[in-house]
Design a protein around this ligand. Structure first.
Ligand code: NAP
Length: 271
């Protein structure tokens, strides 16, 4: 892949670590597809990338609606005939004691942090395969909690941290599963915990004192996205820059199969 020819979609790049990743990729010469739900902040990032000599376009979509995820995938396919890197970064943190639902009636963190990325990736796979070698990076977290398949929508004993942690583990389970499906296609997929308590909106909203910088997290995301050392490596989970083990449920094929079947159904992809 020629560094200057890369086309990269970074979801949730209007704020936090996603914004830094998008700027860094723009500065490296990539065509950055900026995504967010706030047009004004998206436009400000596109202008910042352009002012630094880069190339960027904005896609506005609220990932709490699967119809908007589909619209986003359509818009990306209409804009470009190649996609070298997809970074599923958008997410909502742990703050809030009240259970919330997405536009489709699913538990909100499961829907935005996991299911939206699951559907977006599925819809963009043909484009990624046609652009191989291509990479998918799922920005998960070290905060992980096994999914209770009897109550995935957390209708009982809801709390924000549990919702966040199960959605992050779901991303990792999806990564492991998708990696085997993609074997031999030239498309790799890896997940990571970028850094612990970066100084971002979601961390401040949770009332936590930040412990690391967004630059540190961006470095870890970029490692999976563009480092030559990761070429051909797939299905892995990284803690920062180091390969690590995720929660045991990520390595349970039966649990992954259950999640996959449920996700296909919830995302309307079941045939
Ligand atoms: N911060 C940490 O220490 C930490 C640690 C581990 C993992 N992570 C992961 O890193 C990723 C980025 O987090 P961050 O800390 O940079 O958070 P952040 O500053 O709060 O940024 C989150 C991004 O996601 C977007 N987003 C949220 N809900 C959305 C929705 N419904 N539709 C579309 N976009 C939506 C936000 O858009 P708006 O600007 O419109 O809100 C924003 O661009 C997340 O996946 C998070 O779980 C973060």
């Amino acid at each position: 892949m020629d560094r200057n020819d890369r086309t990269v979609l970074v979801t949730g790049s209007t704020d936090g670590v996603g914004r830094v990743v998008a700027q860094r990729l723009g500065a490296s010469g990539a065509h950055v597809l900026v995504h967010g739900r706030d047009r004004q902040r998206g436009e400000s990032l596109v202008s910042a990338i352009a002012a630094a000599g880069g190339k960027a376009d904005l896609f506005v979509a609220d990932l709490s609606s699967l119809a908007e995820v589909r619209r986003l995938a359509d818009a990306v396919r209409a804009m470009t005939d190649r996609l070298d890197i997809l970074i599923n970064n958008a997410g909502i943190g742990t703050a809030g004691a009240e259970r919330q639902e997405s536009a489709d009636g699913y538990e909100l963190r499961f829907a935005v942090n996991y299911l939206a990325g699951f559907l977006l990736t599925s819809l963009l796979l043909p484009l990624l395969k046609a652009s191989a070698p291509a990479r998918i990076v799922n920005v998960a977290s070290a905060g992980q909690q096994a999914i209770d398949f009897d109550d995935v929508m957390l209708t009982r004993r809801y709390d924000g941290a549990r919702a966040y942690c199960q959605s992050k583990l779901a991303q990792i389970m999806f990564t492991v599963d998708l990696a085997s499906e993609l074997e031999g296609t030239g498309v790799t997929v890896n997940s990571l915990h970028p850094a612990t308590y970066m100084n971002t909106t979601m961390v401040r909203q949770a009332g936590v004192t930040p412990r690391s910088s967004v630059e540190q997290g961006a470095e870890a995301i970029l490692n999976l996205a563009i480092s030559p050392a990761l070429e051909g490596r797939s299905g892995l989970y990284f803690d920062g820059l180091s390969e690590a083990r995720a929660d045991a449920q990520a390595y349970d094929p039966k649990a992954r199969q259950k999640l996959r079947a449920l996700s296909l159904e919830l995302a309307g992809l079941k045939t």
